[in-house]
Design a protein around this ligand. Structure first.
Ligand SMILES: [Zn+2]
Length: 247
C-alpha cells in the first residue's frame, strides 16, 4: 500500500528514489507485479496464488503516480492498481476528515487517468468524498460506493472490479454493499494475502514501514510474517496512536 511519491517527507509519501530502488529489487529477484483484480480472481476460483507475485496499490490517486511512479513501473513492466476518490480527481486531497499532518498535493486528473489506463494501470474506486463509511446511513454508503464506481466506468469505458475502504473503515453493512458491486476490496489490515484471505477485506502492507532497504528485503523472507505479527500486536496495544488513520 502506497499513497504518494514525494521528495518532501510526509506521513503518506516516500521518495521516488526509494520507490525506484524497491521496484528494481523486486525485478532483480524475480518478482512480478500483477493487478489486484487478477489476485481477486485467483481467490474466487480457489486457484493457487501466483508465486513471486506482488500487488502494488496506491490509495487516493495522487498525481505523483503519473509523474514519478508510472515511469518506474513501466521500466519493469509492473502492473499497479490505483484507488480514486472520484469527487476530487483533478483537485487536491483536501477532503473532510483529512488529518492536518497530511500535506495537500495534486490528484490525478481524468486525462492522466485515461492515459495510465491505456498503459495498463488498473483503477479501483475509493468513494466520492473519502468519508468514514462506517458512520454513514445506508443510502449514503451506497451513493459513495456505487457512484464512485460508475464515475470511473463512465470515464474509462471499462468495468471496475476493486475497491479500497477509506481509512480502512468498514462494517458488515459497508462490506455487504461493496460486495454487491465489487469482487475485491482492500482493507488496511496489516498482513499478506493468502489463499484463505477474504476477497472483500484484503490485507496490505503499509510501505512507509519498509523504506529502509534492509526491511524491504525482509519481505521475501519467511520470518517476515513474524514481523507482521509484532507490528499487529504493537498496533493493537497502542490503538490509534500508532495506527495510520489517513488511508
Ligand atoms: Zn484514502
Amino acid at each position: 500500500m502506497y499513497h504518494a511519491l514525494d521528495e518532501q517527507p510526509s506521513p503518506i509519501a516516500i521518495r521516488p528514489a526509494v520507490f525506484a530502488w524497491q521496484m528494481r529489487w523486486l525485478h532483480e529477484h524475480g518478482y512480478r507485479a500483477i493487478p489486484l483484480s487478477r489476485l481477486v480472481q485467483c481467490l474466487h476460483r480457489n486457484e493457487p496464488l501466483p508465486q513471486r507475485a506482488v500487488v502494488i496499490t496506491f490509495d487516493d490517486g495522487f498525481e505523483s503516480i503519473y509523474t514519478a511512479a508510472f515511469p518506474i513501473l513501466a521500466e519493469y513492466g509492473f502492473a499497479a492498481t490505483v484507488f480514486l476518490v472520484t469527487g476530487y480527481c483533478g483537485r487536491q486531497n483536501d477532503w473532510p476528515h483529512q488529518p492536518l499532518a497530511i500535506p495537500c498535493r495534486p490528484l490525478l486528473a481524468w486525462p492522466q487517468i485515461r492515459q495510465l489506463h491505456e498503459h495498463g494501470i488498473e483503477f479501483g474506486a475509493h468513494t466520492i468524498t473519502h468519508p468514514w463509511l462506517d458512520r454513514l446511513a445506508p443510502a449514503d454508503i451506497e451513493r459513495e460506493v456505487l457512484a464512485s464506481k460508475a464515475a470511473i466506468e463512465d470515464q474509462l469505458g471499462h468495468a471496475v472490479h476493486v475497491f479500497a475502504y477509506p481509512y480502512g473503515r468498514y462494517t458488515p453493512a459497508v462490506r455487504a454493499i461493496v460486495g454487491r458491486a465489487f469482487s475485491g476490496a482492500c482493507s488496511t489490515r496489516l498482513g499478506l494475502v493468502e489463499s484463505g484471505s477474504d476477497p472483500l477485506a484484503l490485507e496490505r502492507i503499509e510501505m512507509l514501514y519498509l523504506t529502509q532497504p534492509m526491511l524491504f528485503q525482509w519481505l521475501a523472507h519467511p520470518s517476515f510474517s513474524f514481523y507482521l505479527d509484532l507490528r499487529r500486536l504493537a498496533r493493537a496495544t497502542a490503538g490509534t496512536l500508532l495506527g495510520r488513520p489517513w488511508q
